[in-house]
Design a binder for this molecule. Sequence first.
Ligand code: SF4
Ligand code: SF4
Length: 443
Amino acid sequence: MTDMNVFHGFLAAIRQLPQAARVETMDDAERVKRAKGVMRKKIDRSLALDLEACVNCGYCSEACHVVRATGEARFAPSRKLDLLRRFHARESSAFAPLKRLFTSDITAAELREWQELVYDGCTECGRCSLVCPMGVNTARGVNVMREVLSEAGLAPAELMAVAQEQAGAGTVFGVGPNELKEALQALQAQGIDIPVDAPRADVMMVTTVIDVLLYHDALAATARILNHLGVRWTIRSAGFEAANFGLLAGDEALQHAASRRLIDEALAIGAKTVILPECGHAYPALRWEARLDDGGPLPFEVLAASEYVGREVQAGRLKLRPVEGRPRVTYHDACKLARHGGVVQEPRDALRAIGVDLRETIPTAEQNWCCGGGAGTFLINRAAPLRHKAWAIKREQIDATGADTVVISCGSCRLNFMAGAEEDAWPVEIRSLVEMVAAQLPA
Ligand code: SF4
Ligand code: SF4
């Protein structure tokens, strides 16, 4: 059970973030120059194809929770890439000299306008790409736009503040190795065996600031499941933070540095598997985007906690007791896990193994609607009203299932659900998947 005082303290800390950001001052000409520099570097063959392929059919708008929630065409997925498209037309497309004659250059005012579109107004959920007849990967283009704006000094102050903290002190919301150890000691005092900084291990468990500060239940649950399975595992205090504010803010150098900490620790102990916590964006950051220094693939498996638990159930190694009373439960798929990562069956198999009455939202799984709080939008204070409207779509879909409990495998989604539930006095219980599974371990 989450301590609501800690939750409210976390929300208060988010409200203070803008004051902690070091805002880089530069004139408009410099902003545009820097923005174009990133566009030039990032528009590769695949992004160029995406930019040229769009036929303006508008299907993607119907699939986007931000457009649905606001009813505003300015948030249309295809429009979010317009600045990239114009730059490409003028600078790198086949007929650039000709197109330059009738395509206007981008301006600093437009860069400012796009800040709301690609940070507040896009969770990089990828739902728009499912319906696009041309297969345009809007989420990737939006992530490039975040890099563009970050380089132009226009990332939202909240994300800038946490990214600067992670790049400088190496902490996130003040959580570093000492704070981790304190949290782990509290769990050890409850009798949970947690091997910290073991020199060799098959499995390296990674956690995140949200679990260290707020969701001790998820942290404890993963540890209890690993102990029950008898694997040789550890958590490393020099590389434990899965949250990657380089990816969220658009700072590529920080993204690599944050992943590098985890990779170095996994290599040092000879880990065969790295288990990520319940954190949506940590999954693409380490599993899909991280590479060794020489560009080679990681020599270990990267699994989300829900994926790992589900696989153990599927393999018959993890046997669980049924929950009493067969509660009505629905599962919320975090976009980065289900749509981007294909983690769909594993959490459901784990829930079926504990005998719940599993009900699906319509739509569900890869087609699932985003909760509205992903890709760092939960930290952007001015985005709160937009986020809440997007969450209301999700709330209605869950209400239609008749479930009394929604199970979640992403700390960010869980935060957004808790904020929405509190604002609307929503009675549905919100639980972590690993916590629910660990509660049903055999005695
Ligand atoms: S990635 Fe998601 S939030 Fe972003 S434009 Fe597409 S559907 Fe909308
Ligand atoms: S669905 Fe695809 S082709 Fe149609 S407007 Fe959206 S991005 Fe363009």
